[in-house]
Each structure stands twice: as C-alpha cells, then as structure tokens.
Design a protein around this ligand. Structure first.
Ligand SMILES: C[S@@+](CC[C@H](N)C(=O)[O-])C[C@H]1O[C@@H](n2cnc3c(N)ncnc32)[C@H](O)[C@@H]1O
Length: 271
C-alpha cells in the first residue's frame, strides 16, 4: 500500500517534547480508560515520547502495548521513559499509520492521540486502525481543533500565530481543525454511526505555572522547532514575524488574567 505523505509539523525539538511529555492517560485519554481491561493487547499509534503509552501499559498489566511511530528517533526516548518507570510490557516499532503491517484483528484496543491531524490521509489511517482491531475491540482517537482554541486576553500576536499555524499545517498536508472532523472521517472509513461514540474534552491553562510552561514552550517552538523552520522555509513567515509571535506568547504567559482552553474531539469506535 502506498505511504501517504504529510510532513510532521512539530518535529521533536526539546520545546515540543516539554509539552508532549506532560501528557498522561488521565489528562489525555480519560475517555478510553473505562474500556481497558488488564489483559488487553493495545496498539498505540504515533506514540511520540510515550508517556501516555507507558500509562496504558501500567493499566493493561497482564496484557501488552505495542507502540509505533513513523519517526524512529522518538521511539528510543519512549523506550527510555518506559524503562525508567520499570514498565516491561511494551514493545516499540517503526510503522506508518497508513500501512500498519500487523495482522487483521490483532489488538483489543488501537489508540492514537493527536496523530490524525498530522497525517496525509486520516480516513486511510482509520481504515488501517479498524483492520487491525479485533471484533469487539475499540479504536480510540483524540485530536485537538486549533480554530476552536479560546484564549484571553485578545492578542494580535496570538491571532497571527493561529493563522500561521493553520497555513503551515495545511501546507504540510495535515488538518489542524481535526477535532470536529473525526466523526466524519470515521464514517468515511467504514464505521457505522451506531459504532461511534463521539465526545469532547478540554485542557485549560491558567495558573502561573501553567502559563509560564505553555507560554514559554510556544515562544520557543515559534523560534526553534520544526514549525519555525517550516514557517520560515516555506515563506509563510519572516524571522521578525516569528519573533513577534514568540513575544506574544511570553506576554500572554506573564498576565495573571490570561487563560487558554484547548478543545479535543474524541471517538470510541466499536469494531
Ligand atoms: C503530536 S505527537 C503525539 C504523540 C503522542 N501520541 C502524545 O500524545 O504524546 C504526533 C506523533 O505522531 C507521529 N506521526 C505523525 N505522522 C505519523 C504517521 N503517518 N504514522 C505514524 N506516526 C506518525 C509523529 O512522529 C509524532 O510522534
């Protein structure tokens, strides 16, 4: 099967991983937890640095988690994280979600967190996730929806950041407003409406620590991560514009009244 192409916008710069390694099963996969059993075989697609993956493995203590990502480098970081926590029921492999190379009906649960927004063909990705899930199992996907982010106070720099992010993400072949589209993609991938439970959840950042962390890491991501390189390299932004965006994130983080809400669409699709 042909590999679909999309360039992963974030890359794995330290400022990106500072955000992704904050994630836990509790703050990022709560909708899935009631469906997990201790003996389940789980596939975590696009596992990144693997903090959610390790939490899932700690839940399926008598089962196993296979963690895949198309970027080989990040898998060693994920493996180190699991090892550091003494978690042994995880295996790591390079794989592309469009062409999973596992047998049909191989897993009880197939999970992807913040992955479908980055892939060239999310419908094909969901077809593959469905194919490798056992009858009676579940495909679980969750993605944010950038156009629905809400922040206070209003900020020209943050509005420019959002506009730039959406242009770069779409230029890369992704869909940054994925949260609202997940159900439509699942239907197109062959799930019946009765099989799909579509919900939403949010992250909110407002305390001094949260603002310092999020504002600081996005200031750095706007200057030093793959996003910055792609924005400048593709002609979507100048260095000066990126510097203005970084300042806007820092200014946001310094205000006691600042608040940010990130919404996610999430699906449990019963196979
Ligand atoms: C935003 S990160 C999410 C990582 C992790 N699931 C989490 O939430 O912490 C997206 C991950 O998907 C991976 N990815 C992107 N496109 C992929 C593809 N076509 N197949 C497999 N993995 C992919 C990236 O390398 C990256 O590690």
């Amino acid at each position: 099967m042909a590999k679909e192409t999309a360039t992963y916008i974030h890359g794995h710069h330290e400022s990106v991983l500072r955000s992704h390694t904050w994630r836990t099963a509790e703050n990022s996969a709560a909708y899935l937890l009631p469906s997990l059993r201790a003996d389940h075989k789980v596939l975590d697609v696009g596992c990144g640095p693997g903090t959610i993956t390790a939490d899932l493995a700690a839940i399926v203590v008598e089962g196993h988690v296979t963690a895949v990502d198309h970027a080989e480098g990040i898998l060693s970081k994920a493996a180190e994280h699991a090892e550091g926590r003494g978690i042994e029921n995880i295996g790591f492999e390079v794989a592309d979600v469009h062409d999973l190379r596992f047998e049909d009906d191989a897993f009880d649960v197939v999970h992807a967190h913040q992955v479908l927004q980055h892939v060239g063909n999310p419908v094909q990705a969901l077809r593959e996730m469905k194919r490798v899930t056992k009858p009676g199992g579940v495909v679980a996907v969750r993605d944010s929806d950038y156009a629905a982010f809400i922040w206070y106070p209003e900020s020209k720099g943050l509005s420019e950041w959002l506009d730039l992010y959406e242009r770069v993400a779409r230029g890369n072949g992704g869909e940054p407003d994925a949260g609202r589209r997940l159900k439509s993609w699942a239907l197109e991938a062959g799930f019946e409406e009765e099989q799909i439970e579509a919900t939403s959840a949010t992250w909110t950042f407002s305390t001094p620590e949260e603002r310092d962390w999020w504002g600081g890491l996005w200031a750095e991501r706007s200057l030093h991560s793959s996003f910055a390189e792609q924005a400048e390299g593709s002609g979507h932004a100048t260095r000066e514009e990126l510097e203005a965006i970084a300042r806007a994130w820092r200014n946001w983080g310094e205000r006691a009244d600042a608040w940010l809400m990130i919404p996610h669409g999430q699906l449990l699709c019963r196979v």
